[in-house]
Design a protein around this ligand. Structure first.
Ligand SMILES: Nc1ncnc2c1ncn2[C@@H]1O[C@H](COP(=O)(O)OP(=O)(O)O)[C@@H](O)[C@H]1O
Ligand SMILES: [Mg+2]
Length: 237
């Protein structure tokens, strides 16, 4: 087994007095795409936000390259190597595409700077001709590509993608799928939160299924696809 890049161990998360994660755990290995699958409201976004430090976990650990990072501010967790692409594409509408990318430049851990503007445009060819367009003038799909590109500019060790295909037209869903595949080919480590198992089939190596805030299945994406009991109980398929 390859090196574990990021681990959530026993996360308990509350919104006010209501608990939404219950000892949630997952591990993602170097270079793999891990699908985090579950129905709407299962706790996928909360799991990603807790790992990115956007919301606090009351108990449990987030381990990045063997070191605990839980409790740190989200910008410090980003600096430590976790790139979080939230579902509500937080681009700057009044900045150009290029400036949205440049504002996110940050060296990776240990000075790694794999990603340049040129390489991001190579990876996201739809964005290159739009570089002078304002963020707010992009379509939803283009904004989604831009949020991923922005995250890459920060040279993350692991990329957390929260339902990147949600609400997009089929052609853009295909583009997002192509992008995830291309990122995996260059060795990017990815956690892909999704409701749609079908979307993950050709993209993910392994899957964790979350239901009511707890991990209820872990296995290869093929094992999951072959397990009609788990699929019927926990996924909308
Ligand atoms: N800001 C919030 N305040 C209170 N409850 C929330 C908040 N965000 C999410 N929840 C609740 O937490 C649970 C998990 O939500 P979420 O992590 O968004 O699930 P998913 O991403 O799998 O759809 C749901 O029951 C949801 O209603
Ligand atoms: Mg969500």
């Amino acid at each position: 087994m390859t090196e574990v890049v990021l681990q959530a161990r026993g996360l308990d998360v509350f919104y006010g007095s209501s608990q939404v994660l219950f000892k949630m755990s997952l591990s993602v290995h170097k270079g793999e795409t891990l699908a985090l699958l579950g129905r709407n409201g299962a706790g996928k976004s909360t799991t990603l936000k807790a790992m990115a430090g956007v919301i606090p976990a009351r108990h449990g650990e987030v381990i990045l390259h063997g070191k605990p990072v839980q409790g740190r501010a989200s910008h410090l967790i980003a600096r430590a190597g976790i790139g979080f692409v939230p579902e509500d594409r937080q681009i700057f509408p009044d900045l150009s595409v290029q400036d949205n990318l440049l504002i996110a430049v940050k060296p990776g851990v240990d000075g790694v700077d794999d990603w340049s503007l040129e390489r991001v445009y190579d990876m996201l060819p739809l964005l290159a001709p739009l570089k002078n367009r304002l963020g707010g003038q992009l379509s939803g799909g283009e904004q989604q590509l831009l949020t991923v590109g922005r995250s890459l500019m920060g040279n993350p060790n692991v990329l957390l993608l929260d339902e990147p295909s949600e609400g997009l037209a089929p052609i853009m869903v295909q583009k997002i799928g192509d992008l995830i595949e291309a990122l995996r080919k260059v060795g990017t480590t990815i956690v892909l939160a999704e409701q749609n198992l079908h979307f993950c089939l050709g993209l993910a190596d392994r899957a964790v299924v979350i239901d009511k805030g707890a991990d209820v299945f872990v296995g290869t994406i093929r094992e999951l696809n072959a397990n009609s009991d788990i699929k019927q109980r926990y996924l909308s398929v």
